[in-house]
Design a protein around this ligand. Structure first.
Ligand code: CLF
Ligand code: SF4
Length: 291
């Protein structure tokens, strides 16, 4: 049985309503590949950038029990094992394999998965059977024309789709996936990256649609302007707060997102222990070539 929503609001830092939670999470950077092309995504291997999509390394499923054991030693507050990249958790089998391993070795740890949702509808049974307790789906629009401004294309069953055609498939699968997962009693959170001038006027529609589909909690994440959206601006605190207030009419709102790295370890917003656990690699930015 998945941990229920009420319990998650006290034991899972990313489901805390009201004040910030005090429990921790370990992110297992297990999923190397992605199947969609978010225009704001810039996946990197390094140890200095604090943002989603960045990790020191990508590890193998069989390495995760040891990583969790060592992390619990340095940070006993950890209650959640999450997989959030650096790519998509359903684009390869690594995440589901890892969750099946964790269920056996750490039955008390909350299993948290984050996905773009492209394959969620067709893999819903596998996700449910892997024993996931909380699932996050990133839904940046429910209107294909708006989604097409945020996502360049998808690779779906061997075919590369672009523009509104890609967006339509993605949105349909996300909503159908949310319906199936929440219908099985698993709590669903939806993340939306708030991009001024693209989806800010659309945010209420997203909140309403995902709430009607079965999501319990909503997390509005401010854009980090980069990659193809480097010319967009980040929303101001006032804009983020206004968007959250508008959406709260339809769904509970989570307000403490830290835009974590894919290898973060610790209580979100507190000390990060990932450099003690994951391999330190030298990134291009850290090197100097004498040519
Ligand atoms: Fe990780 Fe995400 Fe699970 Fe949390 S993060 S997979 S739900 S355990 Fe949390 Fe970090 Fe925000 Fe994500 S603060 S980026 S919402
Ligand atoms: Fe990047 Fe995640 Fe979008 Fe894939 S789904 S392109 S990993 S932000």
């Amino acid at each position: 049985m998945a941990v229920n929503y009420e319990e998650l609001t006290t034991k899972h830092p990313c489901f805390a309503l009201g004040k910030k939670g005090s429990s921790g999470r370990i992110h297992l950077p297990i999923s190397p590949a992605c199947n969609i092309e978010c225009k704001f995504c810039d996946r990197k291997i390094n140890d200095h950038e604090k943002r989603p999509g960045v990790t020191r390394e990508v590890i193998k499923p069989e390495e995760t029990p040891d990583v969790i054991r060592r992390s619990l030693e340095v940070c006993p507050d950890i209650t959640v094992a999450g997989i959030a990249g650096p790519g998509d958790t359903l684009a390869t089998d690594h995440a589901l394999e890892t969750f099946r391993l964790i269920a056996k070795e750490f039955p008390d740890i909350i299993k948290c998965m984050s996905t773009n949702g492209l394959l969620l509808a067709e893999k819903a049974d596998e996700v449910i059977n892997a024993g996931i307790d909380s699932l996050t789906v990133t839904v940046n629009a429910v209107d294909p024309d708006i989604e097409a401004k945020l996502n360049g294309g998808i690779l779906y069953h061997g075919v590369h789709y672009t523009s509104a055609e890609a967006a339509e498939i993605l949105i349909k699968n996300q909503l159908e996936g949310i319906r199936k997962i929440s219908g099985a009693g698993i709590t669903v959170k939806v993340n939306t990256v708030l991009v001024p001038g693209i989806n800010d006027e659309h945010i209420e529609e997203i909140a309403k649609a995902v709430s009607e589909t079965g999501a319990s909690i909503y997390n509005i994440i401010p854009l980090i302007p980069q990659h193809e959206l480097s010319d967009c601006r980040a929303p101001s605190c006032v804009e983020i707060d206004a968007a959250r207030q508008r959406c709260e009419k339809y769904i509970d709102v989570f307000r403490h997102c830290q835009r974590c790295r894919a290898d973060a370890i610790g209580v979100p917003g507190g000390e990060d222990f990932s450099d003690r656990i994951y391999l330190k690699r030298i990134s291009h930015k850290d090197t100097f070539s004498h040519g």
